[in-house]
Design a protein around this ligand. Structure first.
Ligand code: NDP
Length: 343
């Protein structure tokens, strides 16, 4: 059924964003998508194709995260904003310019646009568990047995885990801006490492790079004992829709189906696909990682503070308050590899 509401979506062309946009279109919303360059149609052709078979409709507006006031016009007349745009890459030259400035200034520009547009009543922000914790050792340093929505990453900086730093700065800024107005409500989604099939062929998200590298044999000689939370991209999209539509939704929401190490992740693939791929032969001992870590862009500080440390992410709020149910990681992996194979 057609929905009369207009939702402004940033980052809707991306890996997560494409699934969120698809869900909104299927629910009949008018999705006002901001893109950096409208002439790059390959970035959003898949969304136009999806829109054809849904009740919803798509609009494209140009706006860059780094341009002040760029989101003011697009926000006019929208009932809500889903702000997902932010660079998710570990391949950068200048962390300040390429990660932190777009994340932080982008959040400022988008949320200030929300306040300037009288019609906006809700903002859903895609943060990350990277804004909840930095290094895996943080859990031990804090003397806690799990990370919850109460925690904020304190250990990242512009020189150490700058992507995580960009996310915690952006989320804190969002909460600061939220406090200074009472027109709209902020709901934050904090996904762990997102996996699953992709609707876009142009995203450079590290999620997609990680799986491609795993299957291509990058970790053949060994994978680190490095723990991450994992969550299915389709569940992340659902969480955004639930956050948007549920009037009672508030605060932050950690999303994780489970936490496993990179090595354990490869074992799940092996269980399904046997020896089809050049998967890790073993768990790389930490002392070896210090020698070869540079090949994987892992600094000695990162290895020291992350490898071999357990983490636990409490995702119960996402289940109890948003009503989210999680796809098992085995299915997520299977669907993702199936899609890669079909390509
Ligand atoms: P993608 O790289 O696929 O998507 C990033 C999106 O941000 C793209 O639409 C991109 O647009 C847009 N973007 C980047 N820089 C700018 C800019 N300067 N101006 C306007 N738009 C810009 O990554 P993901 O889908 O994986 O990530 C989406 C969000 O989810 C990010 O906020 C990320 O931090 C967060 N996240 C991701 C996780 C994951 O595991 N993937 C985990 C937790 C959080 P364009 O198409 O023009 O490049």
């Amino acid at each position: 059924m057609k929905n009369s509401k207009i939702i402004l979506v940033t980052g809707g062309t991306g890996y997560i964003g494409s699934w969120v946009t698809k869900s909104l279109l299927e629910k009949g919303y008018t999705v006002r998508l901001t893109v950096r360059d409208k002439s790059k149609t390959t970035k959003y052709k898949h969304l136009l194709d999806i829109a054809k078979s849904t009740e919803g409709s798509l609009e494209f507006w140009e706006a860059d995260l780094l341009t002040e006031n760029a989101f003011d016009k697009p926000a006019e007349g929208c009932s809500a904003i889903i702000h997902m745009a932010s660079p998710f890459t570990l391949r950068f030259n200048d962390a300040q310019k390429e990660l932190i400035d777009p994340a932080l200034n982008g959040t400022r520009n988008v949320l200030n646009a929300a306040t300037k547009s009288a019609s906006v009543k809700k903002v859903v922000l895609t943060s990350s568990v990277a804004a909840v914790h930095g290094d895996n050792i943080d859990m031990k340093e804090l003397g806690i047995s799990e990370f919850t929505e109460e925690h904020f990453n304190y250990s990242s900086s512009v020189t150490h885990q700058p992507y995580s730093y960009s996310k915690v700065l952006a989320e804190k800024e969002a909460w600061k801006i939220t406090k200074n107005q009472n027109q709209w409500k902020l709901v934050v989604i904090n996904p762990s490492f997102v996996m699953g099939p992709s609707l876009t062929k142009t995203s450079n998200s590290e999620s997609l790079n990680f799986m491609k590298e795993m299957l291509s044999g990058k970790y053949f000689l060994g994978a680190p004992n490095l723990m991450f939370g994992f969550v299915d991209v389709r569940d992340v999209a659902k969480a955004h829709i639930l956050a948007l539509e549920n009037d009672l939704a508030e605060g932050r929401h950690i999303l994780a189906e489970r936490t496993v190490s990179v090595y354990q992740f490869s074992k799940i693939i092996k269980k399904i696909y046997g020896n089809k791929y050049k998967l890790p032969l073993m768990r790389t001992p930490k002392f070896i990682l210090y020698l070869v870590g540079w090949m994987f862009k892992l600094t000695p500080k990162f290895i020291r503070r992350n490898v071999g440390y357990n983490i636990s992410l409490n995702a119960s709020k996402s289940k109890e308050k948003l009503g989210l149910t999680y796809t098992p990681l085995e299915k997520t992996i299977k669907d993702m590899i199936k899609q890669i194979e079909e390509k």
